[in-house]
Design a protein around this ligand. Structure first.
Ligand SMILES: Cc1ncc(COP(=O)(O)O)c(C=O)c1O
Length: 431
């Protein structure tokens, strides 16, 4: 079924058949959801051992009673665990609460109002000096909607930059930060990016490590390594070590690295962390001291006891992969068999992470998502993967297969594909 080779008569026949199929699906009264990347309950079950694992032992290696207040930046064992996970030194790690998004929000907010080092470095000083003109962040697109909403909420303007299979378009990124010193940050999801699944290449990571040298003052890379270990198969593409490149460039102060166990253990009761130069962490810790007397250190110790080290972590992640891979396969095999020989869309086939990114023909994402909703299948809203909800080509759709069962995915994909075909044929007829 190739639209560019079809006669008007064929298109009309296809439209009739597809409309009938769509109506039949509507009558089935489905209620399916492919929206957010939540772990399934089978995945959550993999970490049930966390409950009771401490068996009454609430002290860390230094003998501190972890049930009490204190320990603002985390226990030493947790710093070591996460330092090894993302390839930094333990003294470059600070542990947070149960979600990394709070650490990201806190870092942007602190940089804006208190500064990345002293008060002279507060981004808001520049806003004042520029008569209220906002500071800006680069947003590689398609990207993660909650990164964008942090900036939108805090009054930071977002400038989209293109992504390709190696990461952000670094020519564009370098040109923009060199030309405009009010650009203060860039959002990166460097391994198994949300939603494309892209892993940043060696060259891209090296060039990102250099940004601190060419950008205006107080620039920070927001390196959200949310899917650092979330592989779907053995030998998945590795991510080059950003901090090692920063050491070579002398730019350790220009990066904030984030991660969490939300999609390793419990999404609602995991442990989040950030990594950066000790100087940056000292600043953040000083300001964090006003928000908390100390995080949940008991949960940190439970995670250390459970995840132990990189080898144990990696075995645990392969159990996640065994649950996730068939779900990804269900999406991919239906896309390949139903749309592989058509000119109605393209998609990514990631080696890890939580998402598949689908691009329809330009101008159709909104329509496809509305059609799917009309047939009982909820998809991530159109435009969600772009700042301000504005996908200029109206074509990107994020598919999240982790939560539904395989048979639900198969049903949802049948609906999705019917909607893609119907919208595409209708558009071709209208042209
Ligand atoms: C790229 C990315 N970062 C962060 C998060 C949320 O992380 P956390 O649960 O640690 O707040 C998600 C969740 O989907 C994500 O996709």
């Amino acid at each position: 079924m190739r639209l560019n080779q079809a006669t008007p008569e064929q298109l009309r026949e296809w439209e009739t058949t597809l409309s009938e199929q769509y109506q039949a699906i509507q009558q089935a009264g489905l209620s399916l959801d492919l929206t957010r990347g939540k772990p399934s309950s089978d995945q959550l079950d993999l970490s049930n051992e966390l409950d009771g694992i401490l068996n009454g032992k609430y002290t860390d290696s230094a003998g501190t009673d972890l049930r009490n207040y204190g320990g603002l930046d985390g226990i030493p064992e947790a710093k070591t665990l996460f330092a090894n996970m993302v390839g930094v030194k333990p003294e470059e790690v600070m542990i947070g609460g149960n979600g990394s998004l709070s650490l990201m929000y806190f870092s942007v907010q602190t940089a804006l109002h208190q500064g990345v080092s002293d008060t002279d470095s507060a981004w808001s000083n520049e806003v004042q000096a520029n008569e209220g003109q906002p500071v800006k962040f680069l947003a590689p697109v398609p990207g993660y909607d909650r990164h964008f909403s942090v900036c939108e909420h805090l009054g930071v303007e977002l400038i989209p930059v293109a992504m390709d299979e190696n990461g952000p378009d670094m020519d564009q990124v370098e040109q923009l930060v060199q030309a405009d010193s009010s650009i203060k940050g860039i959002w990166c999801v460097p391994r198994f990016s949300n939603p494309t699944g892209v892993v940043y290449s060696d060259e891209v990571v090296q060039r990102i490590a250099r940004l601190g040298k060419i950008a205006g003052p107080n620039f920070r890379v927001f390196w959200d390594n949310a899917y650092a270990v979330h592989v779907l198969k053995d030998n998945a593409q590795e991510l080059p070590n950003l901090m090692d490149y920063c050491r070579q460039e002398g730019t350790e102060d220009s990066v904030y690295i984030f991660g969490s166990t939300s999609k390793i253990t419990f999404a609602g009761a995991g442990v989040a962390f950030m990594a950066s130069s000790p100087a940056n962490l000292a600043v953040l810790k000083k300001h964090m001291g006003f928000t908390s007397i100390g995080p949940d250190k008991v949960n940190q110790l439970r995670h250390v006891a459970f995840l132990k080290d990189n080898a144990t972590l990696s075995e645990h992640m392969s159990r996640h992969a065994a649950i996730m891979q068939p779900r990804f396969d269900a999406v991919l095999s239906s896309l390949r068999s139903e749309l592989g020989d058509t000119d109605m869309g393209s998609w990514t086939e990631p080696e890890g992470g939580y998402f598949i990114s689908f691009d329809s023909r330009p101008g159709l994402a909104r329509e496809i998502i509305a059609l799917a909703a009309g047939a009982g299948v909820k998809l991530t809203p159109a435009g969600a993967t772009f700042p301000y909800g504005n996908d200029p080509e109206d074509k990107n759709i994020r598919l999240a297969p982790s939560f539904p069962t395989i048979s639900e995915i198969e049903k949802a994909m049948e609906v999705f594909i019917t909607c893609v075909k119907l919208a595409s044929v209708k558009q071709a007829l209208a042209q």
